[in-house]
Design a protein around this ligand. Structure first.
Ligand code: ATP
Ligand code: MG
Ligand code: MG
Ligand code: MG
Length: 440
């Protein structure tokens, strides 16, 4: 992609409304535009990252055996009256009426609707286990929308729902979600720690939140610092193996890690040696719940069990804050010059700076690099603007692509271009072919 043909409206000045670095960098980097409080347009660069995050979420959910579908954003009030949540939910719910005066709402979550789908089509235990999920926009009329996409009113969430015959099977679904989430966050370059949480308004028994440590996080967290060293890594996991999945969950949840909502000072001091105690802040990037028959009972989501009796299914719901993740990743990965994208989510794999746009050799070398990367499935953003080198380097540092290739007439005379790593700043001269090999 050539920058002169792209749409990257970067800002020179520091936006006054941004209180945290991720919000500032997303505005300066031309990734989002606020349309109303907590409601954003995703400009092309931001949209690319959002799509990459969605793709990783889909891949890991499908790997765990969970099935994608898509439910609408608008939901009928009647469904929520069945569960009793229409009145209970409060002012965070955006309520709408259509021209026939039918009451609707913009979904803040989808337990009721997915339960309705389930009860309409499933009636036998033979169709279980079943986990359905979607990635869809949600609306919550947050009291204090802030920090950009971190606490929006309209935001993108992955929400998944498991349906199982009994509690044991539902807890396996819970564990499957925990492991698939760990892998999802790791692929985005994040360390997200599962912390025991409070069940809150969804109500439930078992629940963990996933927190990314960051000074700007809204939750206070208390943990054993050894928990930050745990990694799933490249290990193969069999999502059907209950014991194996449960063992991974135990590995990641045994060391003390809780938010202020569930923190217990006595347990903390008893379990965590003083040298390992840490108090900090974290960003909630996901949460998993087991809530049993809370919705299946009032809404009549029952199946015929092996013994012929009708039983309400055991359910859970599991969410990932897809749009919030952009903010969380930037909070975790930036420097004073701008964003440093992890490879897994970067909007382009490399930025190519043409120091003399219009010069035949420079243009040809840039085109060769772009084409060579494309042949390997990688995308480059070529800065072919008529601008000073400093400005071009500044833009590349701001938008944080993992590699910068600098192409200029002087180097090209010796057949060389310069490859610079955004993360380390290390630079090396090499041929066009070598650059392509190194990035790929
Ligand atoms: P929070 O405590 O931050 O208000 P929540 O606990 O109300 O979040 P959940 O119902 O658990 O949110 O939703 C699942 C995920 O959706 C959260 O873990 C979070 O990552 C994301 N999320 C929730 N509210 C917002 C929001 N207003 N803007 C962006 N993402 C959000
Ligand atoms: Mg909330
Ligand atoms: Mg929360
Ligand atoms: Mg939550």
């Amino acid at each position: 992609m050539r920058l002169t043909r792209y749409f990257l409206p970067t800002l020179k000045e520091t936006p006054r409304e941004a209180q945290i670095v991720s919000h500032r960098l997303m505005l300066q980097g031309g990734m989002i535009k606020q349309q109303q409080a907590g409601i954003y347009s995703w400009l092309p660069l931001g949209w690319r990252v959002l799509k990459n995050i969605e793709r990783i979420v889909h891949e890991e959910q499908e790997r765990a055996g969970h099935i994608p579908l898509l439910m609408p954003t608008l939901q009928p009030a009647e469904l929520w009256r069945e569960s009793g949540r229409y009145d209970a939910y409060g002012p965070e719910m955006l309520r709408i009426t259509d021209r026939q005066n039918r009451e609707m709402l913009y979904g803040p979550t989808n337990e009721e609707m997915i339960t309705d789908i389930f009860r309409s089509h499933v009636s036998s235990y033979r169709d279980l286990p079943l986990t359905l999920y979607h990635i869809q926009w949600k609306f919550r009329d947050e009291m204090r929308p802030r920090f950009g996409v971190m606490r929006g009113r309209e935001f993108l969430m992955k929400d998944g729902y498991n349906f199982d015959l009994d509690k044991e099977a539902a807890l396996h679904a819970y564990n499957r979600h925990m492991v698939s989430y760990l892998r999802t966050y790791e692929r985005m370059g994040l360390t997200a720690i599962p912390m025991r949480a409070d069940s809150g308004p969804i109500g439930g028994e078992d629940t963990h939140e996933f927190l990314v440590l960051a000074e700007t996080g809204e939750s206070e967290v208390f943990y054993d610092d050894r928990v930050t060293g745990l990694k799933l890594g490249a290990r193969e996991v069999d999502y059907d193996d209950r014991a194996e999945i449960a063992a991974i969950c135990e590995e990641f949840t045994t060391l003390y890690a809780r938010t202020d909502e569930t923190h217990d000072a006595a347990v903390y001091e008893a379990e965590v040696p003083e040298a390992h105690r840490r108090v900090g802040r974290g960003i909630e990037v996901g949460q998993i719940f087991y809530f049993g028959t809370k919705y299946s009972e009032p809404m009549g989501a029952v199946v015929q069990g092996p013994d012929g009796r009708q039983v309400p299914v055991h359910m859970g719901s599991h969410g990932i804050g897809v749009s919030r993740l952009l903010g969380a990743i930037i909070e975790a990965s930036h420097d004073d010059k701008g964003i440093v994208w992890p490879e897994g989510v970067t909007p382009f794999h490399a930025g190519v700076v043409n120091l003399r746009a219009g010069d035949g050799d420079c243009d040809a070398a840039c085109a060769a690099i772009e084409a060579g990367l494309a042949a390997r499935g990688l995308e480059a953003l070529v800065d072919d603007r008529d601008a000073r080198a400093g400005e071009k380097f500044g833009t590349m540092d701001l938008i944080g692509l993992p590699w910068r290739v600098t192409v200029g007439p002087r180097g090209l005379k010796d057949g060389k271009v310069e490859l610079t790593s955004r993360r380390t700043g290390e630079a090396e001269e090499m041929s066009v072919e070598a650059v392509i090999d190194r990035i790929a």
